[in-house]
Ligand binder design. Structure first.
Ligand SMILES: Nc1nc2c(c(=O)[nH]1)N(C=O)[C@@H](CNc1ccc(C(=O)N[C@@H](CCC(=O)O)C(=O)O)cc1)CN2
Ligand SMILES: Nc1ncnc2c1ncn2[C@@H]1O[C@H](COP(=O)(O)OP(=O)(O)OP(=O)(O)O)[C@@H](O)[C@H]1O
Length: 186
């Protein structure tokens, strides 16, 4: 199998694991993220509006939005990094690329912290997404320009022993699951 096929196979396996975990641990994961970030102030935090069986960061985003500015990702085109638009509860939404909801109005913000959805992660905190390379390109660009932290948000069941990797894959700074922060393998 070539790399693309290996990634596709890992994605398929992890989707099934994520789906099972989502029905069992959804509330616990949302609460764990909320607890983990409690007390954060004065930051620009990129969350996301969840699709399918992604861990749900909305309770944390709602709790954080008074002391911080919250943004969500927007796909502006294939091969492009994501941009982030300000989000608050009640903002008018429209459907963007890939069926993801995006705010209709809101300032474009550069995040200090990115809460990244994912399909699978590994013990070295590498991440597998839907295959567009959007978070990889975004993190590469932001890391070149300054300090940005990337926190993966997932169910612990989405941890695979090894992920097929390529040179452009950007590691996360941490992964938060319903069981807390996942340790990087020694
Ligand atoms: N909630 C959420 N918002 C997000 C992302 C995400 O992963 N989750 N993104 C992260 O980048 C961007 C949207 N990118 C996405 C890219 C692909 C698919 C997707 O479902 N892909 C299909 C295959 C698409 C095709 O090629 O036809 C699939 O996986 O089956 C979803 C979102 C920005 N917003
Ligand atoms: N910084 C980059 N520059 C150019 N190409 C890139 C970059 N990052 C990723 N890519 C390309 O994007 C494609 C998809 O990457 P990958 O399979 O890792 O996406 P993903 O992490 O699963 O998706 P996403 O980040 O959108 O959730 C790959 O062909 C990869 O080579």
């Amino acid at each position: 199998m070539n790399l693309g096929e290996l990634k596709k196979a890992a994605r398929k396996r992890a989707f099934a694991l994520r789906k099972a975990a989502h029905s069992e641990h959804r509330a616990a994961a949302s609460q764990a993220l909320r607890d983990h970030l409690a007390g954060t102030a004065g930051q620009i935090i990129a969350g996301y509006l969840p699709i399918r069986t992604e861990a749900d960061p909305l309770p944390a985003m709602e709790a954080l939005c008074t002391a911080n500015r919250i943004a969500v990702p927007i796909v502006i085109g294939p091969g492009m990094p994501l941009v982030f638009r300000e989000w608050r509860p009640g903002f008018r939404l429209e459907e963007g690329a890939f069926g993801v909801m995006i705010p209709m109005d809101g300032a474009e913000l550069v995040p200090d912290l990115i809460i990244a959805p994912l399909v699978a992660f590994d013990r070295n905190l590498f991440r597998l997404g839907y295959g567009g390379g959007f978070y990889d390109r975004t993190l590469e660009g932001l890391r070149q320009r300054g300090a940005v932290k990337a926190l993966g948000f997932a169910y612990s069941a989405q941890c695979l022993e090894t992920l097929p990797l390529e040179a452009t894959d950007q590691p996360l700074d941490g992964v938060l699951t319903e069981r807390g922060v996942f340790p990087r393998a020694p």
